[in-house]
Write a protein that binds this ligand. Sequence first.
Ligand code: C2E
Ligand code: CA
Ligand code: CA
Length: 835
Amino acid sequence: MTLFSGQQLIRDIAKRNVTSCTLTLSIKDAAKFMHSRRCSSIVIVDDGFPVGIWTETEALKLNYSKNKEINRPINSVMNDQICTVDAGLEVSQAALKFKIFNTSHLIVLNPDRTMFGIISQSDMVVNQDANNFLTIAELGAVKSANTPFMDSETSISGIVDNMRRFQCDALIISCKGLPQGIVTTRDIVRAISLSQTQNAVSSIMSRSLITAPASMNLLAARSLMVEKHIRHIVVENEQGLAYKLISFSDILANIDHSYSARLHASLEHKELKLQVAERHLHLANAVINASSDGIMMTDEKGIIVAINPAYTSLTGYSYEEAIGQPSTLTSSGKHNAQFYQDMWREMAEKGVWQGEIWNRKKNGEIYPEWLTINKVLEPYTGEIMYSGVFSDVSEAKKSKETIENLAYYDPLTELPNRQLLHDRLDVAINLSHEEEYKLAVLLVDLDNFKQINDSLGHIIGDRVLKEVALRLNNSITPGRTLARIGGDEFMVFFNYQNVNQVSDKAQRLLDSLKIPVQVNDSKFLLTLSIGCALYPSDGENQTDLIKNAETAMYRAKAQGRNRFCMYSPDMNAQYKERLLMEYQLRQALKNQEFHLLYQPKVCLKRDKIVGVEALIRWNSPVLGHILPDQFIYLAENLGLIPDIGHWVIREAIEQAALWQTLAEEPIVISVNVSAKQFIKCQLVDQVKQALRYFNLDPKLLDIEVTESCLIDNLSLACENLQTLRALGVQVSLDDFGTGYSSLSKLNQLPLDTLKIDRSFINEVPGKQGSQAVVSTIIFLAHQLNLKVVAEGVENSEQKQFLKKLNCEQMQGYYFSKPVQTECISAMLEAQKNTS
Ligand code: C2E
Ligand code: CA
Ligand code: CA
């Protein structure tokens, strides 16, 4: 930070003609010398080297009551702490020295340390062009204490005491209260030189009392003082009364203060601005270079003077090719002269133009760009320049239509999306309100779709969805809105006259999926769950209608899917209950709220437990005991099954391993798995790991799968089961007879056992038809080398009937309900002891 401009050196402004004396000169003679030379200080020199300084201010330190005092040699009172500065130093640096030393004088030294001259702070200030500051400041504003008036009869030593006390170098001397003259330190020095220090002040005071008003500016005051050869001026207040003394050095100090303060501030400001500008320039350059927008600068005539890298990548023209060329280098010829005239007119008027313009790349390709032209004034030369910033908007133009579509249509199925549905439904509700129409809102959810996505991937999933959307769309009246509002959720609404029409339409939607959906070689038998809410009875606004349709849809799912359900108000309570259960279920596994019960499987021939089926139980602290039929489906939908299933596998296998030591013969453990557990190789990995960890023979594990498990997801399920069987694990088909699978297809499945569903066993031996079904199943199963387990055996007749048909095993309340581990252990123990 420089206070002083240029390379000015101290030697250029220092006073050469220094008043100096030797060490032994008396104070009195030194004072005489100073007085004769009209200077305020004397430098004490020894052999050419400055060793001390004595100033008017120091003169005040003398003891004037002793006359002999002034005869003492000067070195006894001089200040030997001299502050020096090299003559070759820059003025700017010397300024700092005044501050550091807190002094008003610096002795200037030659390189050999002999004295060159002296410089005062005032010299520094006067050397600067300070007139500006002098005109601004007024005498009244100059800092100086109000000057005390001293009576003209006061002794000189008394004056000195007061000068010391008030720390001033001059006093106003009055007589009978009226100002008569002034006395200054210079007068004191003169008194010393004349040995008159014991006299009254009136003998030495100067009687020319020059006054000036407080409003006089400093420049005028300085001129007045120079003109009158005085160093002090008496300032009068508005009432014309003298109130303070201002000295030349007060003025200089004021200049020094305000000048340097202002200079400082202005330079600091400039420097800051420069730094900021530099930083901005740097940033601007970085931004311009990194910008993906093309940027070019042209001169007033439109000749390109600068471009950024993006200009080159967008137009194909290199820096060398573009610089010096007219900006029309990239003109496409697509716009007529009028276009450019308008553009330049607007530029001239507003200083900026913005718009879309077609340009041509170096390779001839024509493209639309979004261009902003700004008029720029070159800051240094004042030349007019133009900056052009442009981006290629061809992609944006292309995608604009797509974007508009995206906002309202689902890109996969091309059906209206949720947003458009909302808009249209609003219109439909308003219209129905005005015309008193009835309106039905149907929420259509694809059953088990997530599983297709999870197991077969999104590509297959997307194709299935597309096909489903097409079928649904074909089954509604043209012009009606079918929207895709979520992954596998659709919504339809329409006006109706009677409720039968609603169920007819819902049935048509259900029927549209009767034929399996084919993707590549796979066929998917899909079903829908549909919930319906009616306007105005089930809701008068969109939110209520959709919410209630959703509730009805969940009811349809809960009732076994593949159906349609109308909303009824009591569903809300169930809905809330479902939400509560959902919440509780999410916490259940980590809170260890599950446990397993085991139901024995008994060999009919030998009447012995040969296996057990693990059946999960949920003991919720909030909801109580909950059976799997109530929560497995929910867990599947919440995506909790893979984790719960994993827990069941580990728990069951661990228990089975323990039982092996208790049983006389190895017993098989059956574990139910859900379709949702067939996620890539997760199930296989979990089983393998658990078998190894608990050291259970794979032959002793039996996995029970349902028909729907296989149908939903045939190839992945089969793949998983085959891998498991290859390990030695057994596979049972559960609930046989309730699903679609035909006996003829059984041989294509990787199975060991067939479990005949309870509903058939229920009806034997009494019911003829059922008897035939059961015996046929057992017969065919045996043909296919499958073992048969009969589920739900509740009495001895059933047992006898099955035994006759050579059914291998039975399971049911007749032998035992699902029980705790300890019960099974006891049964196994008992069985061992009886054999
Ligand atoms: P499931 O695999 O068919 O299991 C047999 C069900 O029939 C059990 O119901 C059992 O208690 C019941 N049962 C057994 N013998 C008789 C009988 O003589 N009469 C009658 N009326 N019922 C009998 P539970 O334990 O309520 O299980 C219901 C279903 O929940 C199971 O049907 C199974 O599909 C599923 N489940 C149970 N545990 C699990 C599990 O760990 N994982 C999976 N994914 N599903 C499970
Ligand atoms: Ca089962
Ligand atoms: Ca079963």
